[in-house]
Design a protein around this ligand. Sequence first.
Ligand code: ATP
Ligand code: MG
Length: 148
Amino acid sequence: MEPVNRMKIEFSSLAANVSFARVAAGAFASQLDFTLNDIEELKVAVSEAVTNSIIHGYQNDPAKIIELSAEIRCETLVLAVEDRGLGIDNIENALQPAYSTDPERMGLGFAFMQSFSDSLDVQSLPGKGTRVIMTRACRKEATPQQGH
Ligand SMILES: Nc1ncnc2c1ncn2[C@@H]1O[C@H](COP(=O)(O)OP(=O)(O)OP(=O)(O)O)[C@@H](O)[C@H]1O
Ligand SMILES: [Mg+2]
């Protein structure tokens, strides 16, 4: 089925664009009947994915480009963050909480993405790049129609 609405933006792999991406995703998500808390969680998930692309995928090279896209399908938001960077050798390991290839980091980004979405799909090929797709349904009950 065709999405009801969609957006796609590209931006430089810069730390300053983490907040840009989270605000853009949050603004797009606001079209659905999400609670403010839901939107905050979605923003955290997007921040984590974009930060991963900047740090791990592109190793802080600001010349590289990250793509954020979103679609609304049947009251469900589908968010995707994509880079054409280094890729992930072992996705199963990467998804484990507290797993990081960087000893300075906590290894919790994917854990946040997982808990703040209904489904998390990580597609990655070493040397090709990484695409993270998250879906989240809008569960708020529809307000009953006032009858006469
Ligand atoms: N876009 C990406 N490109 C390449 N590798 C990635 C990418 N995203 C994640 N990874 C790999 O997956 C691992 C786990 O990611 P995760 O976000 O869970 O933890 P982290 O980024 O290491 O730490 P934290 O998110 O807590 O700062 C990373 O250490 C990295 O090796
Ligand atoms: Mg991370």
